[in-house]
Design a protein around this ligand. Structure first.
Ligand SMILES: [Fe+2]
Length: 134
């Protein structure tokens, strides 16, 4: 589970990427609360759609910021986010209103993805000692 909020230890050293990850933390926590409090498949679907939408917007912002820069690290970062959106869209297609526990697997996936992705980004970009790049 994503039991914490985004904090400086999650920084990958690039402000726009940190902001996209911060938003994902918030939405995954919101999804976790929605499942915990039994908001049901409609609530889960609504939050998943918001996660996808937020990720699409963040990807567009990052794309503009990195435009014209040939960077394998950014390409890898972009591919991981595209994979995330694909998994979420696939989950939306199989979301079963009769199974209230189904989103638990999704939350585990999201938590694991966030942890791995940020770790990968920290290795790719590395937060500078003086703090995130603005
Ligand atoms: Fe990212």
């Amino acid at each position: 589970m994503v039991a914490s909020s985004w904090n400086a230890t999650h920084s990958v050293g690039i402000a726009i990427l940190d902001e996209e990850h911060r938003t994902l933390f918030e939405l995954v926590n919101e999804l976790t609360r929605a499942v915990h409090y039994g908001r049901g498949p409609r609530g889960v679907r609504e939050i998943l759609e918001r996660i996808i939408e937020a990720d699409v917007k963040a990807a567009a912002v990052a794309e503009r910021a990195f435009s014209g820069v040939e960077c394998r690290s950014f390409a890898e970062h972009r591919a991981e986010h595209a994979y995330l959106r694909g998994r979420l869209r696939a989950f939306l297609e199989i979301l079963d209103p009769a199974d209230p526990t189904q989103p638990l697997d999704l939350i585990l996936f999201l938590s694991s993805w966030l942890t791995d992705h940020i770790q990968n980004d920290r290795q790719r970009f590395g937060p500078p000692a003086e703090g995130p790049v603005q």
